[in-house]
Design a binder for this molecule. Structure first.
Ligand SMILES: Cc1cc2nc3c(=O)[nH]c(=O)nc-3n(C[C@H](O)[C@H](O)[C@H](O)COP(=O)(O)OP(=O)(O)OC[C@H]3O[C@@H](n4cnc5c(N)ncnc54)[C@H](O)[C@@H]3O)c2cc1C
Length: 364
């Protein structure tokens, strides 16, 4: 019997597997796809997440061609007005191509001793008195604990009865990303704002910029990624000069709520543990924070009744999530009121210190 079975080898599941194996636990990860895995993501890792990746020894393992540092966030409006908020001097974010991040975390998890089984889609799990049994089409894995790190549309969350009951989201939000073969022109992640849509430009290497577009509601038939970029962000479209390279990947709808993130021998992690919107660029950092804490608590939790020890994970997750949700909802409220957003950004543009303080708060 394994100590922990992890469903999902996304960045958060793999980071958790590496950390838990490092603490001496016998960890098995089940992933339905092949690895390394690319996915729709803005690929901007905020300083706290980058520091966690560094502690795991993963940042340095990523080739320099697939990553680039950034110094803050710059919001740019339709008329070119902008505001820039830089991180504190000692802090740095990293734009990292998703497939390279997946490769490096996959290697780290295995070198720490975790078993990673790709091409194994989990179909159900069954709780037994002292264990959990996870079933795929042709395998069965028994573990003392189950971690659902299976992303935005987590089946573990549903099977465990941990799904929240959110009201239907008005103008449900989704996103898509493509890479552009370009030298990054800014030291910051640039967020271009338009009515009903945002485009995130993240430097991801010396000759690579990731452009993630987020939007509300259904896209008009046949519009697609290029059409949205051309229609909503015409000057950006021109500047990118048709140098899109590789697949356009999409994801959504974003809003996913949970009742709680632990239940007996089951815990949710990463996007599976709830999500509001991609516009704060914090999904990975939040997930890595949760992975670190869960890996720290689990060895003790497995000595006795997990419920007592994992209360701390439940509480701290709520605190982390609340701060993120407040920021995300405030940004969404502004995005839905373009006139107010334009005045607010113009005002902040004249008060960059205030922008800096807001960014510092948003990142905890
Ligand atoms: C457009 C967009 C832009 C974003 N921009 C940013 C950004 O700039 N910065 C940032 O930090 N975050 C960003 N995010 C969020 C970020 O991508 C997520 O928070 C992050 O991917 C969460 O990682 P995860 O490991 O929890 O889930 P995922 O990366 O979704 O991984 C889940 C894994 O579980 C596997 N899986 C699912 N079901 C099963 C099953 N039944 N059996 C086995 N395996 C299964 C999946 O195949 C997948 O590999 C963005 C998201 C989007 C959509």
């Amino acid at each position: 019997m394994h100590d922990v079975a992890v469903v999902g080898a996304g960045p958060v599941g793999l980071a958790f597997a590496a950390l838990a194996a490092r603490r001496g636990l016998d960890v098995v990860v089940l992933e339905r796809r092949t690895l390394p895995r690319d996915k729709a993501c803005g690929e901007g890792l905020m300083p706290s997440g980058a520091a966690r990746l560094d502690r795991l020894g993963v940042l340095e393992a990523i080739p320099l061609a697939d990553r680039a540092p950034f110094a803050g966030i710059r919001f740019v409006q339709e008329d070119g007005s902008s505001v820039e908020a830089r991180f504190a001097r000692e802090e740095q974010g990293w734009g990292i191509r998703r497939a390279a991040l997946s490769q490096a975390l996959w290697s780290r998890a295995r070198s720490e001793g975790a078993t990673v089984l790709a091409g194994e889609a989990v179909q159900e799990f069954v709780r037994e008195p002292d264990s959990v049994v996870v079933r795929t089409e042709d395998a069965q894995v028994r573990a003392r604990f189950l971690v659902g790190a299976d992303g935005l549309h987590s089946a573990v969350r549903r099977w465990a009865g941990l799904q929240g009951t959110s009201r239907a989201q008005a103008g449900r939000r989704s996103g898509a990303r493509q890479h552009f073969h370009l030298e990054p022109w800014s030291e910051c992640v640039e967020v271009h704002l338009a009515d009903g849509s945002e485009a995130y430009l993240t430097p991801c290497g010396p000759a690579s910029v990731g452009v993630a577009i987020l939007w509300s509601g259904q896209l008009p038939r046949g519009l697609g990624y290029d059409g949205l970029l051309r229609e909503k962000f015409p000057s950006l479209w021109q500047r990118l000069g048709g140098r899109g390279a590789g697949e356009v990947l999409g994801a959504g709808p974003f809003l996913q709520t949970v009742r709680q993130v632990t239940d007996g021998r089951v815990a949710l992690l990463g996007d599976a543990a709830g999500y509001v919107d991609a516009l704060t660029g914090e999904g990975l950092s939040m997930g890595f924070a949760g992975a670190e804490q869960l890996a720290e608590l689990l060895p003790d939790a497995l000595l006795g009744d997990p419920r007592f020890v994992l209360g701390a994970y439940e509480r701290d997750h709520r605190t982390r999530f609340r701060r993120y949700a407040i920021t995300a909802k405030a940004m969404l409220a502004l995005a839905r009121r373009p006139a107010l957003r334009r005045s607010f950004i113009r005002l902040l543009g004249r008060r960059e210190r205030v922008a800096q303080i807001l960014l510092g708060w948003a990142m905890g």
